[in-house]
Design a protein around this ligand. Sequence first.
Ligand code: 5GP
Ligand code: SF4
Ligand code: MG
Length: 456
Amino acid sequence: CGVFGAYSQSGSAVLEDIYLGLCALQHRGQLSAGVAWIDGGSVHIKKGLGLVHEALSQSELAQVEAHTAIGHVRYATAGGTRPEDSQPLGANYAQGPIAIAHNGNLTNAVALSSYLANRGAIFQTSCDTETIIQLMAHQPGTVQLEALETALSKIKGAYSLAVLLNDCLIAARDPWGFRPLVLGRRDDTYFVASESCALDIIGAELVRDVEPGEILVIDRRGIISRKLPKEAQRHHHCSFEYVYFARPDSVIDGRSVYSARKRLGSCLAKSCGCPREAVVAGMPDSGTFAALGLAEEAGMDFEAGVVRNRYVGRTFIQPTQRVREAGVKIKLNPQPGIFDGKEAVIVDDSLVRGTTAGRIISMIRESGAERVHMRIASPPVRYPCYYGIDTPSSEELIAAQMDIPELCEKIGADSLRYISCDELCEAIGLPLGELCTACFDGNYLEEEDDQSLLEV
Ligand code: 5GP
Ligand code: SF4
Ligand code: MG
């Protein structure tokens, strides 16, 4: 998912900025989009299914006078796909109005929500995010900010949040820093966004990342930085954001996603070897930058050998295998003539179910390639993600089921190479101890016992 928030200290309207920010975060979720603002002491929400421009009306939002608001684009990792599961979530409870937009996945939401339901909470959605609101409402008499901090100290897993409380905007990032979150500024308007590319679109400058475990409180007096009561042993920044999920023009935790992707490609060139006379092509869009890095490092020719239909979304968002397979065909096509009688080195960012690679390799062979070598700019994805990326269960993860020779046969490649976890970290420029690599190596975050967290 993607979150976005704005606070204008001079009181100018911000909803058009929110709309534009969400458009720049569209790659983070295409299932639904929504915005929330507070007016007259109560929460107002507009949301709908589909892309930002389908779910929301820019001209309607431009009429809203709110000087602070939040927005969300959703990609379902927890909760259903009904309109009521889309975000922001909002409520007017005893202490006042609240609206919340969440990127990430809470790992103890089930335990917490059954605890709360047994004490009278009535859940309106199937989103883990609602747990935060219910935890706040179950602290009678506690002022909102304090109730939010207590709620955050009880949840586990990944969260980058944009929250509206009465007249303030809050940004909060879990102590491990799984999902990105940045602070931006344009004159007297502050912004919080999942990625810095959303600041570029509205002409705001990147101030800094929201630190893991930090809560920023923004109101007309300025910004206050607070620390969550809970501290992490180490950071777990999601390495997959650099591999695939984030936009290449974003800078996350001080590192350019684009440069990281090119370095992933040059790691492939160094450690895997490629036939020199081969044509290098990337699977657009996600494999293009790694392919560039590989070709540059190896001194080979890069060709835009695979063409992408830019009006078709990310294939993995389509729900069934049948649609997914048709989706690859609709989306990608080899450039005629480029591969004829040649060897091809095809670079993609990741192999998940193997559908994309299998299809494209057979299309490239049909277009005349003599041999096709597959190069993957990440380690094998073998484990599911519990922190907000929709990797399927191990049964569907092809690298969890097969070794390299079997994979090669399955996708029809003449050779297949991956990079190692160490190379992944080196390319990103953060040590293994700062990154989450759980979907590659199964090293999940170690968390403390549940019971202690439950008492509200
Ligand atoms: P596959 O076809 O192997 O299932 O998916 C691999 C392709 O999907 C790659 O081109 C990659 O860009 C994209 N992809 C990246 N991340 C994910 C993810 O989290 N889930 C899925 N299913 N596909 C992803
Ligand atoms: Fe990112 Fe993988 Fe960790 Fe999930 S398990 S947070 S996708 S690195
Ligand atoms: Mg791709």
